[in-house]
Design a binder for this molecule. Structure first.
Ligand code: G4F
Length: 343
């Protein structure tokens, strides 16, 4: 049985990756932080399946306590689990929030990666390491689409921290001969996306308006353009990157770019609503420095990994809207949801 350690297993990407690995028969170790609230809804179903026999999942899931700001805990986990593959998905991943908590973002996203790589180096395991790098590394660029050779120019504390992690990964590959790769993923969304990222904020907002729970949706910059794919498709690419004969870095993207306005039009359109009647903008959702347009060129991932996105923009938006409408219908009346207060 192959084994893998996933940091950030309770997040959108971690939960999809865990599903993929469990279906392949892996023993999956998921790093979780000790906290007073158990926010593990994205992996609850996996824990239940892993505990019961006869499911289509053949692997085993085990959660282990640790923290990216605690090198000793990482060393201990690596030593205990002795994984074949490590996927570093943990981090403070909200770009706007990184301007409010730059030090924390750097500690977890940048130094956390270093701590994990050091733990792997010290144990001298024959391990394959995946680093969740980001299209935010490129920042504002004139030459589009962006590929593995495009220069980096980060424009947020988040992107600067990710740049450190990117180069640390390359450095450990070159210095110590480690199988360490960067997946430079462009925006990837799903019904499991955090509610304060723009796509989920929109689908949840549109569904709330449709059901009369909310009267308007307040956003920031509506002109920004993103290359949005489906997170599950992107985690397939992450796995493929660790199955190659030699380590390398790959861009993962759809090659299509849409504006926030396009997303609004598609999402509200799914519910027969005109977004312009409900959407307002507010400076508090704007960023001190914005990345206006993002579009990726995943030619290398297509050629070397044989990967391609399987979910179109339209299918992705529809999937998210349908999910949120269904979820809200179940939760109407619940005090848990206050979409208008989201970042
Ligand atoms: O959904 P976003 O917050 O995603 P962003 O900043 O592009 O970053 C995401 O994708 C990156 C690439 O994969 C990741 F590295 C990163 O961790 C994260 O997952 O914002 C998208 C765009 C921005 O231009 C933002 O200014 O939407 C614009 N926007 C407009 N109104 C808003 C809002 N973003 C948020 N979060 N909330 C708004 O109200």
């Amino acid at each position: 049985m192959k084994s893998a350690l996933i940091t950030g297993i309770t997040g959108q990407d971690g939960s999809y990756l865990a599903e993929i690995l469990l279906a392949k028969g892996y023993r999956v170790y998921g790093l979780v932080r000790r906290s007073s609230s158990l926010a593990r809804n994205r992996i609850d179903h996996l824990q239940r399946m892993s505990a019961s026999s006869g499911e289509r999942h053949h692997g085993v899931l085990q959660l282990v306590y640790g923290d990216m700001n605690d090198g000793a805990s990482l060393r201990h986990i690596v030593d205990e689990a002795r994984p074949d593959e490590v996927y570093n998905l943990a981090g403070q991943s909200h770009v706007r929030v990184s301007f409010d908590v730059p030090e924390h973002t750097a500690d977890i996203d940048a130094l956390g990666t270093l701590r994990l790589l050091e733990a792997l180096r010290e144990t001298k395991l024959d391990v394959r390491f995946y680093q969740a790098s980001s299209s935010e590394l490129f920042g504002a660029r004139d030459a589009l689409p962006l590929n593995e050779s495009s220069p980096f120019r980060p424009r947020s504390p988040y992107a600067v921290a990710k740049l450190f992690a990117y180069w640390t990964t390359v450095n450990y590959r070159e210095s110590y001969g480690m199988y360490a790769v960067n997946g430079i993923l462009f925006n990837h969304e799903s019904p499991r996306r955090g509610e304060n990222f723009v796509t989920r904020k929109i689908t949840l907002g549109a569904a709330s308006i449709k059901l009369g729970i909310q009267s308007k949706l307040v956003l920031g910059n509506l002109d920004a353009k993103r290359d949005w794919g489906y997170a599950r498709d992107y985690m397939e690419a992450a796995w493929l990157m660790l199955q190659q004969p030699a380590p390398d870095d790959y861009v993962v993207a759809t090659g299509e770019s849409h504006s926030i306005k396009d997303f609004l039009s598609e999402a509200f359109g799914c519910l027969d609503l005109d977004w312009q009647q409900y959407v307002e903008t507010d400076a508090r959702y704007m960023r001190p420095a914005e990345v206006e347009t993002v579009i990726g060129d995943a030619t290398k991932a297509r050629r070397v990994l044989g990967w391609q996105p399987r979910t179109s923009f339209r299918e992705l938006v529809r999937m998210m809207v349908d999910h949120d409408l269904g979820q809200l219908r179940k939760e109407v009346g619940s005090s848990l949801l206050h979409p208008e207060k989201l970042v």
